[in-house]
Write a new protein. Structure first.
Length: 52
C-alpha cells in the first residue's frame, strides 16, 4: 500500500513556521492546527526555510 503524500502550499508552510516561531505553541499544536498529526513536517519546513 502506498503512503498518501500531502502537498502544502508555500504560504501554508511559511504561516505554520512563523506561528511556531512567534508563539509559545508546541510543534505538535501547530501541526494539528494545520492538519498534521506529528511535528516532523514542521521540523523539515524550518530546516528548508533556513530558520533556526
Amino acid at each position: 500500500m502506498k503512503r498518501k503524500v500531502n502537498h502544502y502550499s508555500d504560504e501554508l508552510r511559511h504561516a505554520a513556521v512563523q506561528e511556531y516561531l512567534s508563539t509559545n505553541k508546541s510543534r505538535g499544536e501547530i501541526m494539528e492546527k494545520y492538519g498534521r498529526k506529528g511535528h516532523c513536517c514542521l521540523d523539515n519546513w524550518i530546516r528548508k526555510l533556513g530558520v533556526s
